[in-house]
Design a protein around this ligand. Structure first.
Ligand code: FE2
Ligand code: FE2
Length: 146
């Protein structure tokens, strides 16, 4: 049975790879590949956010009673990242490489800091707080519709 930290950390890495593939295609002006890679990145990232917002965070909040703590900060950063992905989508549709790469840089900075906070602080807290129900939580996250 993997830890929440390992399972969710692997998901961060998978999203990073899709992000890099999209950026590389944009840099080469290969827009068909860029749009495809970006949509896969966005889809995987939004799916990951739902695992957190719909399953992991509520389970943690219920168990610990901490609903205004780190999970609220993470939810707020998800809002910012969703907004940046919207702007990247618009830039990709317009074929505007400068705009895309600018928003991508902002997103990547935010995303790396966000992921570090989750992997170093929040996920270990969830592993500890949810130790008795970890398997159920992992299954519920994996069972979310794509
Ligand atoms: Fe997150
Ligand atoms: Fe995450």
């Amino acid at each position: 049975m993997s830890s929440i930290r390992d399972f969710m950390g692997d998901a961060h890495r998978a999203c990073d790879e899709l992000f890099a593939a999209a950026e590389e295609a944009v840099a080469k002006n290969d827009w068909a590949r860029a749009r495809d890679a970006f949509e896969r990145f966005r889809h995987a990232t939004l799916h990951h956010f739902r695992m957190e917002e719909d399953v992991l965070f509520p389970a943690f909040e219920t168990r610990t009673g901490m609903s205004m703590g780190p999970t609220q900060v993470m939810r707020g950063e998800h809002v910012q990242m969703r907004d940046l992905m919207e702007q990247m989508a618009a830039a990709a549709n317009a074929g505007d490489a400068n705009a895309y790469l600018g928003h991508a840089e902002t997103l990547n900075m935010l995303m790396q800091q966000h992921n570090m906070k989750e992997e170093n602080v929040l996920y270990p807290m969830t592993d500890q707080a949810l130790a008795g129900e970890r398997e159920d939580v992992l299954q519920a996250m994996q069972g979310l519709p794509d």
